[in-house]
Design a protein around this ligand. Sequence first.
Ligand code: HEM
Length: 391
Amino acid sequence: MGGFDLFDDAFWAKTNNEIYDAFEELRKQPLSYQDDPDRGGYWAAVTHADVTYVSTTPEIFRSAPTVSIGDVPPELGEFLSSMLATDGERHDKLRRIVSQAFTPRQVNSLSEKIAKRAQELVDSVFEMGSFDVDKELATPLPTETISWILGLGPEHYDEIVSAGEVFASATTRDFGAFLQAAQSLMKMIQAVADKRRDHPEDDVISALVNGNVDGESLTQYELSSFFILLIAAGIQTTRHTIEHGMVAFAESPDQLSLLRKDPDIAPRAIEELVRFTTPVRYFRRTTAIETTLGGRQIGEGEKVVIWYTSANFDEEAFDNPRSFNVTRSPNRHVSFGGGGPHFCLGAFLARRELAALFTELASRCEGWEITEKERATSSFSHMYSSLKCSL
Ligand code: HEM
């Protein structure tokens, strides 16, 4: 495949520009097939058109049995049978029920809490002057937001964060660590769910535990699996976007100044930040039938990997895609998925968290300096392994 192994850490150790160049080259070629002796070969969908087509054609490109590149051992299959890796009616049912729990009232009350917490965090980094971005800004807001939804207190934060990290590296072969993290979270969550079943409160977890839609409700197992998905999907992604935002605005002070002068552009600025970051680099689909994609014939049961990280920098879909432009419009990025039934359920929450934090920062200063920066070499998560900042 053009000489690149997209699942080799060495590829992701290259500079961003080298990575963008490699994908640009791949987009010019017909849909390519990558042999992978360990995990089985796969087709690489890299253009914006192919990624959105695959995402919006779930009857052909299925999310089951898993959305990760490697096949999953049966004992993990049950943990991963969350809505992200199910299709058709079963997925529709799960999504219908969980969506009901996010009522406008719940969302508004979460938004108020998010705005208040973002202000406190920004106050505290201004007091520090120099700080570790991950520890002081990027981890607390997403972790606390998901914990509010799940009814978990501060005593659980460390465990939630480390489980999220294990899930984010689930593409590695360390399934034992994955299973252990999932089991221990499941215990923690079931204890809270039991409490809310007997004594409901005015929160999302009570609505989920006790709610039903047209007589349908989640089984105990589906509940735990959904909560684990929230932790896996909701924390790392937002955390990494905050880290990239600190770098992107430090490197483009003119873009921070635009947001500072006109906070009303925040929604557009956040969409651009999410595009520019692309925190989830890819997901996988599996073909239900024989089909064609990018002019190539694909058999039934084959793997297709959709590279969000490439689609978001496709010149056919974006003008000057390598530039960070907070007024970009239109911006049909695929960071929350390329459309279709699995489109990110937490997109509204992620947007609120990011807007609260970056509008607060922009209103308080003209810029900051990144004093230490090291990017991690994961093929799945676009993230830093270390990031320090000085205000
Ligand atoms: C910048 C932050 C985020 C990014 C980039 C992101 C990205 C994604 C992506 C790429 C998908 C899969 C879409 C597809 O397969 O078509 C997804 C699904 C999902 N996300 Fe997010 N996400 C973010 C934040 C969140 C948050 C904060 C939550 C939880 C509150 C969340 C919960 C979910 C859930 C539950 C799904 C599965 C939906 C389904 O299968 O129907 N995400 N997300």
